[in-house]
Design a protein around this ligand. Sequence first.
Ligand SMILES: *[C@@H]1O[C@H](CO)[C@@H](O)[C@H](O)[C@H]1NC(C)=O
Length: 67
Amino acid sequence: MKFKFQGISIDLLYASVSLLVIPQDLDVSNSSVLCNVDEQTARSLNGGRVADQIRKLVQNFEGVAIL
Ligand SMILES: *[C@@H]1O[C@H](CO)[C@@H](O)[C@H](O)[C@H]1NC(C)=O
């Protein structure tokens, strides 16, 4: 779902995963989260997974300005 909230563009994604309880510290970069998910969920999780991977690969990420 795409919408604007107070002038900020929001792209809200939905994912349906095979877990009875979603832990607060769910690691979406762990490939096991992709088990038994439909294609739409895999695509929804992709953005966060790629962002996590980039964060892990970029050294000194905290010093990098996000534009
Ligand atoms: C990935 O998730 C599975 C299932 O929750 C867990 O057993 C495994 O230890 C996790 N792997 C890593 C690298 O965290």
